[in-house]
Ligand binder design. Structure first.
Ligand SMILES: [Zn+2]
Length: 168
């Protein structure tokens, strides 16, 4: 009985870091959803527009690697993944990957808490998949920035994209 209880306690202790990290991500996402809105032009805090101008874009007309990220993150967390992708593919992919990772952490925590034999292989697999996903998000981010730079260099092309966005 005592051994069973201490095993359950140990399981819970082992589950705690994963549970805390996974929950923290979802709580943050929820806070952003409640406090922030966004459209294609700007982010709003409780309905008030935030005027954030990118220094690099303002001074040199070149988008920085994180241009559009705040709008894209907020849009993605409101479920507008397509619009987020259009603004900053790296941010959209990053949000999806982070939420999936947090969900996997909660599953891992549940497996550990119940002392399931599946916990260890799941944890190992999660580590491997996370590395691949992080690399993938990095590649998407870099490709998205390259595309944004290309658009900034060819405003005509960017104009066409704007028209396409409006039609969509
Ligand atoms: Zn920027």
């Amino acid at each position: 009985m005592l051994r069973h209880q201490s095993a359950a306690l140990a399981g819970r202790a082992e589950a705690l870091p994963a549970a805390a990290a996974g929950s923290a991500v979802f709580l943050n996402a929820l806070a952003i959803r409640v406090l922030l809105q966004a459209d294609d032009a700007r982010v709003y805090i409780l309905g008030r527009p935030v005027e954030l101008a990118c220094a690099l874009r303002t001074r040199f007309g070149i988008p920085c690697p994180t241009c559009g990220f705040s709008r894209a993150v907020v849009l993605a967390l409101h479920g507008s993944i397509g619009r987020a992708w259009h603004l900053a593919p790296g941010a959209a992919a990053g949000v999806c990957a982070t939420l999936a990772f947090a969900a996997a952490l909660l599953i891992l925590a549940a497996l550990r808490a119940s002392r399931s034999p599946a916990a260890q292989p799941f944890g190992r697999q999660l580590r491997r998949v996370s590395v691949v996903c992080a690399i993938l998000v990095g590649v998407i981010w870099a490709a998205g920035w390259a595309a944004a730079l290309q658009q900034a260099r060819h405003p005509h092309f960017s104009h066409l994209t704007t028209i396409r966005t409006q039609i969509e």
